[in-house]
Design a protein around this ligand. Structure first.
Ligand SMILES: N[C@@H](CCC(=O)N[C@@H](CS)C(=O)NCC(=O)O)C(=O)O
Length: 220
């Protein structure tokens, strides 16, 4: 049985597992309560960040690497086009851009704005991270003008990777999405596997519901 530790970017892993129909369990990790108090999780990932997985005697971190591991070990799956498929280069590029270009940069914008001491919130690093996010988002926008999904006509794990980053940006209010990105997110999150993943990821669901309720109360 595969165990996924933590939500956050662990949502990508849970969504992928739902798409692939693989059995798993989610073991919550509460970073806000202080990972230093979660001795069991620190034996899984001594660096203390989430997500991680345990699969038999395999332990791994890094959400994109975990997705690649699961697709390679339990595939083949249409979520990962064959390297000889014309969709493969764009798939590979956006799979990684979703984390390295989008989620990693917007994460530091958000933690700077919300968690840094007041005097350090507006800082060069956070502004640069915002620029990086926006320039990479431009590549997503350009691709969506060509095809409904990032690797072409078919949904792949690259869409899981990028959708996570776009939803994070949108929910935190760090970067509002344009019309094309909003339509894209509606398309990817309309999938049954996404909905099942949301039912499993209680913290993510509670956060999404809270954001939606607060926007509704402000008439947005
Ligand atoms: N590149 C990593 C990023 C992991 C990451 O930064 N996770 C966040 C939550 S989603 C976290 O644990 N932050 C706390 C920390 O880094 O100490 C991945 O894709 O898994």
């Amino acid at each position: 049985m595969i165990t996924v530790f933590g939500e956050g970017r662990g949502f990508r892993v849970v969504w992928l597992l739902e798409e692939m129909g693989l059995p798993y369990k989610l073991r919550p990790v509460d970073l806000l309560a202080g990972v230093e108090n979660d001795a069991e999780y620190l034996t899984i990932n001594p660096a203390g960040f989430i997500p991680a997985i345990r699969d038999g005697d395999v332990t791994m971190v890094e959400s994109i690497a975990i997705m690649q591991y699961l697709m390679a070990r339990y595939g083949p799956t249409p979520l990962a086009p064959d390297p000889h498929d014309a969709a493969f280069p764009a798939y590979q590029q956006f799979l990684h851009l979703g984390e390295a270009g989008l989620a990693a940069s917007i994460y530091f914008v958000v933690v700077s704005r919300n968690l840094a001491p007041e005097a350090e919130r507006d800082n060069w690093g956070a502004r640069k991270a915002m620029e990086v996010f926006e320039s990479r988002l431009g590549l997503v926008t350009r691709q969506l003008a060509r095809s409904p999904y990032l690797a072409g006509d078919k949904f792949t794990a690259a869409d899981i990777s990028v959708t996570y980053a776009l939803e994070f940006a949108q929910r935190t209010g760090a970067a509002p999405l344009g019309e094309a990105e909003q339509a894209y997110v509606a398309r990817t999150t309309g999938r049954e596997a996404y909905k099942r993943a949301m039912d499993v990821c209680h913290a993510t669901k509670a956060w999404a519901d809270e954001v939606a309720a607060s926007r509704n109360s402000r008439g947005q």
